[in-house]
Design a protein around this ligand. Sequence first.
Ligand SMILES: [Zn+2]
Length: 366
Amino acid sequence: MDLIELTRTLIRFETVNPPGEEEDCARFLGRMLEAGGFHVSYHALAPGRISVVAHSPVPGGDQGATVFSGHLDTVPFGSAAWRHAPTAAHMADGKIFGRGASDMKSGVAAMVLAALAEGARAPVTLILSAGEETGCEGARSLAAQGRLQGPVRALVIGEPTANQPLIGHKGALWLEMEARGRAAHGSQPELGDNAICKAIEAVQRLLAFRLEAYSHPLLGSPTINVGTIQGGNNINSVPDRAVVGLDIRTVPGIGHETLRAALQDHCGDGVRLRILADMEGFASDVEDPWIQNIFRLVRPFVDQTPEPRGAAYFTDAAALTAAYGNPPTVILGPGEPSQAHQTDEYVYTRRVRDALAIYRSMLQSG
Ligand SMILES: [Zn+2]
């Protein structure tokens, strides 16, 4: 199938997450890969939600296969009106429009066609995951079930980078901060112990924590965002409970439990910090020969000479890189980074074709 037509076909499968419903799209791609001689297995995440793992007919040997990873789900369409229906895959001005055009059905299409074109000669594994957008559930479940078999030569994540290579990304540590107090009538606050006030004090202490001390050469400093706050039942009572949601973006080298314990110490006994979600970051060695080769082979296709850079957001690499024993990993895909999750999302057809050429040369150069 033609690359641009495949991208459009994938956009027409509605895989908005939640709820996801990746199964039809997953089975469609699985059938294509089976017809191309790949060994395909399907892994259910939930009813109607399936991830695909496909191995090329050539065994990986000691060096291992190159793993291409892409997600099949998309974020919701959003509340703003679209110029063209988000699943119409409308084409104009050298672009394909639609939800997932950049993030990341174009990347999936290019990876699948590169694997089909080269898979008879080069060992390649495709991981097409469900449930990435809500916390990499599909990839994490594949890792937890031991479905990821090595050895692996390298890992490629097809998220939108306009075909620029990113060689690392931050991790995410989501914490719940709970403050407990004692209820009292709002007219006699001195008789209570105000949980909201305790939470505010703890948040202020937390924001003064010196995260810069953990700065990473590729990824910079960790960050903290106070994302949610809940507390109190009514205005005329002293609240006895408050809960704050914290989104901490970490860098490799900090153990997440160690960081949680350090933050707990720093906040004091008035609150309790509990881990809600834990996604590891990664940083590939820029001197690794496979990484150096990627920088060389993308140069003719990109607007700016690639430099070692990383991403602040996390990807399925959070689950896959560690499960595969930390092979060299790159994030590289044809989508425009600025288009991810936007209304009227689009991808340039030129970049999709370039991505296919880049992925094929990755496989040819082993
Ligand atoms: Zn994505």
